[in-house]
Design a protein around this ligand. Structure first.
Ligand SMILES: *[C@@H]1O[C@H](CO)[C@@H](O)[C@H](O)[C@H]1NC(C)=O
Ligand SMILES: *[C@@H]1O[C@H](CO)[C@@H](O)[C@H](O)[C@H]1NC(C)=O
Ligand SMILES: *[C@@H]1O[C@H](CO)[C@@H](O)[C@H](O)[C@H]1NC(C)=O
Ligand SMILES: *[C@@H]1O[C@H](CO)[C@@H](O)[C@H](O)[C@H]1NC(C)=O
Ligand SMILES: *[C@@H]1O[C@H](CO)[C@@H](O)[C@H](O)[C@H]1NC(C)=O
Ligand SMILES: *[C@@H]1O[C@H](CO)[C@@H](O)[C@H](O)[C@H]1NC(C)=O
Ligand SMILES: *[C@@H]1O[C@H](CO)[C@@H](O)[C@H](O)[C@H]1NC(C)=O
Ligand SMILES: CC(=O)N[C@H]1CO[C@H](CO)[C@@H](O)[C@@H]1O
Length: 792
């Protein structure tokens, strides 16, 4: 299916429509394909900002005192000590606002934490841990003097492409669950006093051909190839935009995110950072976003287009030697002076940057100074201890609760073995160390030790990487067990000799991923499969540990009778060793569940989710989202494909029984919105919100095993066939924590209007399923023993 070519309205005829029509008539007033989005000349200006009304007044009072030059300076990236810096206005006490990577912790500097990646945190399915991780991370950003954390990833990518290079930075291959994580991760960062950046808006689902703007006459950017190819265009219809890709950003706005980063990809042919439909329409009008849009670094391709299109802050602008394009600046000043861009639009840009700055409290209590220089040519890394001892406990717990036990035929927990063999490079220390100045731990290859985090701007240096072998030896010393190891994956002779002589062989494998490209396949990296097979051939108690960033094929060995357990801690951060040992030895029962599906073959996922063409083949590559809403498990359900391990699946050392599904029809107004969106629904009355809770579905979960354990209960909604929706869609989850053997816990899933609504393209509103829905509840997307129907 190709997206039909759109009728482009001229700016003049678009301006003739009343504001709301203009902003919602996307079919008509869309951005012309392969052009900049010039359809709207004004973004809806910031209003009182809901929760930010005082901050907005302070911002507006400052903005009104600024000269044109000062305003332009502020919205244009400047050289400075951070990866991104706004222009300061010292006369009015406005400092350079510092923006710094990234989603697994601040970088680069020594003394902070390498947190578990988003994907591992997602696998805990624990909103409290999602919040606590961001809160602790936010404190580290704050203590390093960073105003704006370039985190979290809130659904771009969402995980449409199983091989996506950056999926691990985000959460679940599902909009609802990613929405929950977006909300709690934004809130956690901001409660620590740092401003959050929700990214990447929108439909940023592949790194192949993301094609950053490079000023060819200014020089070359290290590692980025010069190309004349435009960024890939994500082409998706209105329904899929709302029901799948916008959902998690709505939750980020509800949590009060300070900023949203627009994406490198084009959307329906128009650059993400110049896309008026997306930024002015969806984000600033429909979601009522009151903060600032910041371009991804090199995401701006033209000043006028991007300011019209709804981007507020150009990054890195004059930073990085101007190589990623110096837009805004003098050109913006000219455009305002000659009336092409109204000064009120520029005022709005400034207000949008200053309002969350005031709201965050950062103007009233200056931050610690910044102990690094992350500029383009210099990288001065200093040591400032910002890691708290309690953060190590927290990330160890996330590592424990986010590891997914995929297979267990008696291999785990370990039964006080006398001799343990540890096999594989992924168990050991990185050969080149964990340098602070580069991303040496790891970058470019995963064959340099254990994979605790993946690569790119989402990578964060560990303070102390406690790798698996180290932690296993520490435990073995207490147990008087013998540990032998071979960390060379290709030294099969020694691998087999060592594995054969042990009571249990722990074989460590990984799959590498990094920003800037996508995985070339879904296989383990290097010799992973061969290594596992070599070990399993000689040891009847082989336990596989997988450090993986997303879907990874296990078919060539998963049914091997000598493989007695398989556990996937994903990317657990710097406490990777201790958290794994807790699970191996049964100090804690595993309770992680997959935030994506693992298939039997790569071809089982939706086809063509990575558009890969050279510049010669196609200067304007297109990614048509033909699978619609059916990403990940919804595709397997719709096409009756049996996955190897389904979305939401994970084992533990105990067992749980689900029973007694019932409704609790107590209504509750939305109590979570820090900023309210403008999302509308059919039949809406004054005072009602799309996020009001209509009823709750309750169930009982009993621990029927022998050990204290946690269990993630999940709720999926099935719409009537007439709604043309995915077979089942996740709309609730809850983690039963520390359930004692024999105990029963009541789980309650609140159902909001949006959870049982579909997007009505004609009315441009959500429509609650009037024919009613069926709720399915259970332990995974395919283990759903309980059902109940409800009519609204
Ligand atoms: C893309 O274009 C389609 C077709 O006109 C439209 O319905 C949809 O809302 C657009 N998506 C975005 C994100 O602008
Ligand atoms: C590109 O670089 C040239 C040479 O340094 C400079 O004159 C020009 O302004 C730059 N253009 C942009 C958009 O950065
Ligand atoms: C306004 O200024 C811009 C930037 O210098 C220039 O490209 C454009 O042609 C000018 N427009 C008018 C109407 O003067
Ligand atoms: C790993 O083992 C292979 C096969 O024995 C050998 O050729 C290679 O040199 C070893 N690598 C290292 C780093 O020792
Ligand atoms: C990935 O693994 C499968 C199954 O082991 C194998 O058939 C396939 O050739 C591998 N693909 C690549 C690109 O190595
Ligand atoms: C399992 O391990 C034993 C060694 O204990 C070996 O003899 C046997 O061949 C292995 N099984 C398979 C299927 O490789
Ligand atoms: C129904 O839900 C309300 C609100 O959460 C709660 O106060 C009440 O106890 C619940 N009733 C039953 C019977 O569980
Ligand atoms: C021992 C080992 O595998 N070293 C690798 C570490 O990473 C570098 C760079 O990617 C490779 O060249 C080495 O072979």
């Amino acid at each position: 299916m190709r997206i039909p070519t759109l009728l482009a309205l001229s700016a003049a005829s678009a301006a003739a429509l009343p504001t709301t029509d203009r902003l919602f008539k996307r079919q008509a007033a869309a951005n012309a394909p392969d052009s900049f989005g010039l359809a709207y000349t004004t973004a809806p200006p910031t209003a009182d900002g809901g929760a930010w009304s005082d901050a907005f007044k302070r911002a507006a009072a400052i903005t009104s005192q600024m000269t044109l030059e000062e305003k332009v300076h502020l919205v244009t990236g400047q050289d400075g000590r951070c990866v991104g810096n706004t222009g300061a206005v010292p006369r009015l006490n406005i400092p350079q606002i510092c923006l710094q990577d990234g989603p697994t912790g601040p970088r680069p500097v020594d003394g902070h934490t390498q947190f578990p990646a988003g994907v591992t945190t997602a696998a805990t399915w624990d909103r409290d841990l999602i919040y606590e991780r961001s809160r602790a991370m936010g404190q580290e950003f704050y203590d390093l003097g960073i105003h704006v954390a370039l985190a979290p990833v809130t659904g771009g990518p969402l995980g449409r492409a199983p091989a996506g290079g950056r999926n691990w930075e985000g959460w679940y291959a599902d909009p609802y669950a990613t929405g929950e994580a977006s909300y709690w991760s934004v809130k956690g960062l901001q409660d620590a006093g740092v401003q959050a950046t929700s990214k990447h808006f929108i439909a940023y689902e592949q790194d192949t051909s993301r094609n950053v703007y490079i000023n060819k006459s200014a020089g070359a950017f290290p590692g980025i190839q010069l190309t004349g190819q435009l960024p890939v265009s994500s082409n998706l219809d209105d329904t899929v935009t709302h029901e799948t890709y916008l959902w998690s950003f709505a939750e980020a706005v509800r949590a009060g995110t300070s900023s949203v980063m627009c994406s490198y990809n084009r959307i329906n042919g128009t650059h993400g950072c110049a896309n008026s439909d997306a930024l002015n329409g969806l984000l600033k009008t429909e979601l009522n976003f009151q903060g600032f849009v910041v371009s991804d670094w090199g995401g701006v391709w033209g000043t006028q287009a991007s300011v019209y299109g709804g981007n507020d802050l150009d990054m890195p602008g004059n930073g990085f030697n101007g190589i990623l394009g110096i837009f805004y600046g003098a050109e913006l000043e000219d455009l305002v002076n000659n009336g092409t861009i109204s000064e009120s639009r520029l005022d709005d840009q400034v207000n949008r940057i200053l309002t969350p700055y005031f709201a965050s409290g950062q103007a009233d209590k200056s931050l610690p100074d910044i102990p690094f220089n992350a500029g383009f040519t210099t990288l001065d890394v200093e040591y400032r201890l910002v890691q708290k001892p309690s953060t190590l406990d927290l990330i160890r717990k996330i590592g424990e609760d986010g590891a997914v036990l995929l297979k267990n035929e008696g291999g785990l927990p370990l039964k006080a073995p006398a001799r343990i063999a540890v096999i594989g490079n992924d168990a050991g220390p990185p050969a080149r160390g964990c340098g602070a100045t580069g991303d040496a731990c790891p970058i470019g290859s995963n064959s340099n030790g254990t994979l605790s985090d993946a690569g790119g701007s989402g990578y964060s240096q560990p303070l102390n990487l406690i790798y698996p072998l180290m932690a296993i030896q520490e435990q073995a010393a207490k147990d008087s067990s013998k540990v032998s190891w071979v960390l060379n994956d290709t030294d099969i002779v020694n691998v087999q000799a060592t594995a054969a002589a042990a009571d249990v062989a722990l074989v460590f494998v990984s799959a590498w991923a990094a920003e800037g490209y996508d995985r070339s396949d879904l296989n383990l990296t290097g010799q992973g499969d061969a290594l596992i097979q070599a070990v399993a051939a000689v040891n009847p108690n082989t336990v596989v540990v997988m450090h993986i960033p997303g879907p990874t094929l296990v078919e060539s060995w998963i049914d091997h009778p000598n493989i007695t357990a398989v556990i996937a801690p994903l990317l657990p951060g710097e406490q990777t060793g201790p958290s794994l040992v807790s699970l191996l030895h049964g100090h804690v029962s595993p309770s992680g569940k997959l935030p994506f599906s693992i298939s039997k073959a790569e071809s089982d996922y939706p086809p063509n989710t990575i558009t890969a063409q050279t510049e010669a083949e196609n200067v304007s590559p297109q990614a048509d989202f033909t699978e619609g809403n059916n990403i990940d498990y919804k595709w397997f359900d719709a096409n009756n494909i049996a996955p190897r391990f389904e979305f939401g699946f994970g084992l533990g050392y105990s067992t749980f029984e689900y029973s007694n599904i019932r409704k609790n029809e107590t209504f509750a107004f939305d109590s979570l919105a820090i900023q309210k969106t403008n999302e509308k629904f059919v039949g809406q009355q004054d005072g009602e919100s799309l996020y009001d809770v209509l009823l709750s579905i309750e169930i009982d979960v009993k621990n029927t095993g022998d050990v204290v354990a946690c269990e993630v209960a999940q709720l999926y909604v099935e719409f009537p066939a007439s709604a043309s929706q995915p077979v089942r869609q996740l709309r609730g989850f809850d983690k039963v924590k520390q359930a004692a053997p024999g105990s029963t816990t009541t789980v309650s899933f609140p159902i909001r209007r949006k959870d049982v609504a579909t997007w009505d393209v004609i009315q441009q509103k959500w429509a609650i399923a009037s024919e009613g829905v069926t709720f399915h509840v259970g332990a995974s997307s395919r283990i759903l023993p309980l059902t109940i129907t409800h009519t609204f």
